[in-house]
Design a protein around this ligand. Structure first.
Ligand SMILES: *[C@@H]1O[C@H](CO)[C@@H](O)[C@H](O)[C@H]1NC(C)=O
Ligand SMILES: *[C@@H]1O[C@H](CO)[C@@H](O)[C@H](O)[C@H]1NC(C)=O
Ligand SMILES: *[C@@H]1O[C@H](CO)[C@@H](O)[C@H](O)[C@H]1NC(C)=O
Ligand SMILES: *[C@@H]1O[C@H](CO)[C@@H](O)[C@H](O)[C@H]1NC(C)=O
Ligand SMILES: *[C@@H]1O[C@H](CO)[C@@H](O)[C@H](O)[C@H]1NC(C)=O
Length: 345
């Protein structure tokens, strides 16, 4: 009898000990650094910055002392660890337009986190610890324009990751671990203008990814392992301005009946020929280019072809170009014996 009682006592003491070890648990209130002074501010400039706010796994962020429905438009965390998006953030801050949660050790985005984010236009989640983006997590952020998910560890993007973002114009996924993209990843995002997948592990991109994107202007795919870009990839784009494909493994690149208006970067690939159609700034150094095909070449302002194999280039391919002008624009490094020089005659 006594023995059983002793055992029960020991168990009770253990439970109490565990409970008190967990002393850092429970609720942790969110405080704005400068909330008090906000009464003096222009309502349109009301902001909340939070500095040195560290949440542990056993704590829940609670928002007390801040009136729900306040007019704060801008919120940013400095030197803080959140682990998760605070629950009900947008119920307290319904007018938030800019939310900067960069560098706050966020591990996961949960569903409904943005269900009340009806005025959010810019969300910065760069430099966090996200490994995946689940189905429809941004639902509710109906007017989001710019989403930065750069420099996380994202290796998995749900096909519905960007669902509901009907007005978004910029999505940045630079510096993640993506190996592939679902064909329908941007099916809801027909207003996309800029997208970056720079510094991922992509080996291919299906042309369907950019289907229906009439407004796409800037695409950064540099620093991946792309071996092929389908010629119809940007077929629906009305005016593609910048395409960055540097540091990939492309052997061939040409778009069907399309021109890139402003910049085309193809340096550090394995191209053996280069077709340029009315692009102003072209970077194609560090390839194995021996043939050049120029269309509407009067548009060219800069063409960097250094570190290629252009000594065998055929003059007829470029003979229609004004020679002195051509001489000016081509970087002649390693091209000393190239026929471009003859064009001056
Ligand atoms: C967001 O802004 C619009 C005006 O752009 C306003 O009508 C709407 O009520 C706002 N939403 C919330 C939750 O405050
Ligand atoms: C998030 O990633 C950084 C950099 O890799 C690391 O130092 C940090 O410990 C990670 N945080 C968590 C909560 O895992
Ligand atoms: C695109 O890639 C280049 C490197 O080739 C980089 O310098 C530039 O900042 C990138 N742009 C964006 C928007 O990520
Ligand atoms: C060059 O671009 C124009 C669109 O500006 C297109 O109509 C034409 O077919 C392109 N030429 C080539 C050879 O791709
Ligand atoms: C350019 O090079 C690629 C790869 O070697 C080749 O498939 C393609 O036909 C070439 N293009 C032209 C116009 O010669």
């Amino acid at each position: 009898m006594n023995r059983t009682r002793r055992i029960l006592e020991v168990i009770l003491i253990l439970i109490l000990a565990i409970a008190s070890c967990d002393g850092s648990g429970g609720d942790i209130p969110l405080r704005c650094d400068e909330y008090d002074s906000m009464g003096y501010m222009d309502v349109n400039e009301a902001f909340c910055t939070v500095t040195g706010f560290t949440v542990t796994h056993s704590q829940n962020v609670v928002i007390k002392n801040i009136p729900p429905g306040n007019m704060v438009k801008f919120m940013k965390f400095y030197e803080s660890t959140l682990l998760y998006m605070p629950f009900h953030l947008f119920e307290t801050f319904p007018y938030l337009k800019t939310l900067d949660l960069s560098n706050t050790n966020i591990l996961e985005l949960t569903r409904n986190a943005f269900s009340a984010a009806s005025n959010l236009t810019y969300l910065n989640l760069a430099y966090n610890n996200l490994t995946s983006i689940q189905t429809s997590v941004f639902i509710g952020a109906n007017v989001l324009m710019r989403l930065d998910l750069s420099y996380n560890e994202i290796s998995s993007l749900s096909v519905n990751a960007f669902c509901g973002l009907h007005t978004i114009s910029q999505i940045y996924l630079t510096g993640n671990l993506l190996k592939e993209l679902h064909n329908d990843i941007f099916k809801d995002n027909e207003y996309l203008e800029k997208v970056s997948f720079e510094g991922n592990l992509l080996t291919s991109i299906q042309p369907e990814v950019f289907r229906n994107m009439r407004r796409i202007k800037e695409v950064n795919l540099s620093n991946n392992h792309l071996i092929f870009i389908h010629p119809d990839t940007f077929a629906d784009a009305a005016s593609l301005e910048n395409l960055v494909l540097s540091y990939n493994e492309l052997k061939n690149f040409q778009l069907t009946e399309k021109n890139i208006v402003h910049q085309l970067h193809l340096d550090n690939n394995y191209l053996t020929n280069l077709t340029i159609n009315a692009t102003r700034f072209v970077r194609a150094s560090h390839n194995q280019i021996s043939e050049l095909f120029l269309h509407q070449s009067l548009h060219i302002e800069t063409l960097d072809l250094s570190a290629n194999k252009l000594s065998s280039i055929s003059i007829s391919q470029i003979s229609h170009i004004c020679s002195t002008w051509m001489y000016r624009i081509i970087q002649l490094d390693r091209l000393i014996s190239a026929p471009f020089l003859n064009l001056r005659d």
